[in-house]
Write a protein of this length. Sequence first.
Length: 334
Amino acid sequence: MSEALRRAFSVLEPHREAFVAACEREMSAAADPDPEARRLVREGVERLFERIPRGEAEALLREEAEAAATAARGGHGVRLHGLVIRAVTRACVPFLVQSAATKEALAESLLALHEFGDRRLDALLKAHESEGAKRVGEVEDEVARAAERAHELQRANDSLRRSEARSQHRAEQIALLASVAHRIASILEPEQLMEETARMVQARMGHTYVAVVVLDDEGILVGRWAGREGVARRSAGRTQGPPAGIIGRSIRKKAPQVVPDVDRDPDYHRDVPGTRSEMVVPLIESGEAVGALDFQSDEPADFDLDSVVAAEVLAEFLIVAFRNARLYAAARRN
């Protein structure tokens, strides 16, 4: 992981100031905004650029765990520090997509950064939970402490199993994202860009239906979709209409919408037979919703938090690709 991280930060180094600004925007959106957040982001990112190129990732993890333990003993939480870590992980994606030399280098950098972010979060949470457990243990008798330790051990085992499953799932999603990002990076025609994205994601993830839609100048949604054979239509097709249903709600709220059971959601528009659950992630550019990614499944509750995160990363890829397509079109006109 250390070498992959060093290579990732060498790619990010020329964009350091823009990367810090992107992290601050992510943090402001998440912290609502906390006056402490801006300082934490800038200090945290500068520390990463100082320590990671020197191969000190493990030492940094230990120091952050010790700092979290100290904060926990003083009764302070680690919420802002956790938001900083998540902001850094999310903000790095567009820069790596634009600058990575190869698909393999992009996948390696993304995997290393997500693994490092997960380990940082785990260190914070474990240190905080450890100190809390100590305070509880001090006021309990020996029998109660033994029972608590057994309970914590079971929780740790369960958490480890869930973590391993999540890691595998994330690795598969990262591989998909790298593949899609590499394929769409060279597409400079919007209709083809939407069609290829819908087709590749539907084929790789096996969802009943995947659509990529954008708002035109008149506020009408236009886009391309791909459906599983035998469920909806068999091949990619064009879609058009005003923003409505779960897609319309996501665009209005500028936030992901996850519907475990479409039969219980009054906004669901019954356009794909057999759909049981749906996830929509808006395409956000300069603070405005300009379109959406729509995923539908014939399984109930088929979308979880990891699905939302992966879809948000894919949405960021698409925004960059659409921007490149517009620039290319403008250059051709000129």
